[in-house]
Write a protein that binds this ligand. Structure first.
Ligand SMILES: NC(=O)c1ccc[n+]([C@@H]2O[C@H](COP(=O)([O-])OP(=O)(O)OC[C@H]3O[C@@H](n4cnc5c(N)ncnc54)[C@H](O)[C@@H]3O)[C@@H](O)[C@H]2O)c1
Ligand SMILES: N[C@H](CO)Cc1c[nH]c[nH+]1
Ligand SMILES: [Zn+2]
Length: 433
């Protein structure tokens, strides 16, 4: 018998939901941060040797430095091992992801504000991007597509992938096939905080990059947080989350299936149903009992649902929306008859799935929008991984002599107001001529 927590709406209970989500990182965050900091320091000091030592310790593989990079021969061999249907599905997904991300491409622009004044913005791709692909619990070729394709669309010169080696010191053939289809330039068999360190600082064998993106476990996340500033990072993407808003008429079998889809990722994943129909909660619970037994990952799903699953009963759809915006879930399903009517009220969610024939996995694999998403309520201020993460901007300005003269009184006044006489002088000196 599954035991999933159940609460009613109300201010106090909102706090309870947030506490539940926060509790997933536990009290050990500082401990993980210290482990990651140690690894970063050693890789910074000892380069390849530290990477090799950590790979031996955490992944159980004794590599030489020359074996860290995946070779062309390994890639060709892997491609032969992967099922033709799988390759075809990867290619179809890649085409959808590329088409969606092409819309995010930003252009450089300039405008003549008035005669003698031109302002504009140059948009340039970053030169080198490091893409982390988790390899511990499960290998996700879909995450390869979701991280490499936006970098490619942005025009990044070199895309370097990092993923831990498996027990035989190899990278899963499906990961290599996805990397080939998406267009990764180099692949290193390095995982965890040591991969983040090598990407941030560079070693004798591994080139340093400008940005590190992609999901990973707590060591990867802590390391990304610690190298931020030295390099750019995308976000801290933690264990998966799904929140489903449903009504009396919603299909309980579909809701149960979708809650389980994210619970399957991790015992720390969180799956939440919010509804104004208490009878639906009972039906969904009955469906969960029924469907869970058929799942190959039922142990993880059960643990996740019992520890971090939640059924929330609210008075009306407005209260459900309030709850959603406070939780700011990674994935939100609006499993209702008229989802587009509710869309404008969603302020905080990483990715939104509209209608009962839009299950979350269509977004994980196929539709086009990115599946690397902010978790742990950070959808309040973070966005999905996008082409914009892989570019940077510079503003530019041109003033003619006459235009500067016209603006000079204002600028001199502002500079003097800040007590910065040399700034005022730089304008004044041109005005006098
Ligand atoms: N949000 C998303 O888009 C998304 C997508 C896929 C996966 N994920 C998440 O990514 C995570 C993947 O984690 P994972 O562990 O399976 O793979 P991982 O590749 O992130 O981590 C494996 C590495 O962790 C390091 N490590 C293991 N134990 C260690 C220890 N005791 N000390 C220091 N380092 C250690 C090792 O170097 C190992 O190579 C999961 O939480 C999953 O839910 C999220
Ligand atoms: N749902 C995950 C992000 O939370 C992404 C993923 C990859 N494969 C399947 N799902
Ligand atoms: Zn998923």
């Amino acid at each position: 018998m599954l035991k999933i927590k159940r609460i009613k709406d109300g201010r106090k209970n909102v706090e309870q939901v947030k506490e539940l989500l926060d509790s997933r990182s536990g009290d050990n965050l500082a401990k993980y941060r210290d482990v990651a900091a140690d690894i970063l320091k050693r890789v910074r000091e000892s380069g390849d040797q530290a990477v090799l030592d950590y790979t031996a310790r955490f992944d159980g593989i004794e590599f030489e430095a020359s074996e860290l990079e995946v070779t062309e021969i390994e890639i060709r061999a892997a491609l032969k091992e992967v099922d033709a249907d799988f390759i075809e599905a990867l290619k179809n997904a890649a085409a959808n992801i590329e088409e969606f991300h092409a819309e995010q491409k930003d252009k450089s622009w300039q405008k003549q504000k008035k005669p003698g004044i031109i302002t504009g913005q140059v948009c340039r791709p970053l030169k080198k991007a490091g893409v982390y692909v988790p390899g511990g619990r499960a290998a996700y070729p879909s995450s390869v597509l979701m991280t490499v394709i936006p970098a490619k669309v942005a025009g990044v010169e070199e895309i370097i992938m990092f993923t831990p080696p498996d027990k035989e010191g190899k990278v899963s053939p499906v990961i290599l096939a996805a990397a080939e289809i998406a267009g990764a330039d180099r692949i290193f068999k390095v995982g965890g905080a040591q991969a983040v360190a090598a990407a941030a600082y560079g070693t004798e064998t591994i080139p340093g990059v400008d940005i590190i993106v992609g999901p990973g476990n707590i060591y990867v996340s802590m390391a990304k947080e610690l190298v931020f500033g030295q390099v750019k990072i995308d976000m801290i993407a933690g264990p998966s989350e799904i929140m489903i808003m449903a009504e009396k008429e919603s299909n309980p079998a579909y809701i149960a299936a979708d809650l389980m889809s994210q619970a399957e990722h991790d015992p720390l994943a969180s799956s939440i149903l919010v509804t104004d129909a208490p009878e639906l909660i009972e039906k969904v619970e009955a469906e969960l009992e029924k469907q869970i037994e058929k799942m190959s990952n039922k142990e993880i799903i059960k643990e996740s649902l019992e520890n971090f699953g939640l059924m929330i009963e609210v008075k009306n759809p407005e209260a459900a929306m309030e709850m959603i915006n406070l939780v700011a879930p990674e994935h939100l399903e609006l499993a209702v008859k008229n989802p587009f009517e509710l869309l404008p009220a969603v302020e905080n969610a990483g990715s939104i799935f509209l209608g009962e024939y839009t299950p979350e996995p269509i977004g994980d694999y196929y539709a086009g929008p990115n599946h690397v998403l902010p978790t742990n309520s950070t959808a309040r201020f973070f966005s999905p991984l996008s082409v914009r993460d892989f570019v940077k901007y510079s503003g530019f300005i041109h003033y003619s002599k006459a235009a500067l003269k016209e603006a000079s009184n204002d600028v001199i006044c502002l500079a003097e107001g800040e007590g910065l006489d040399a700034h005022a002088n730089s304008v004044r000196i041109r005005k006098q001529k």
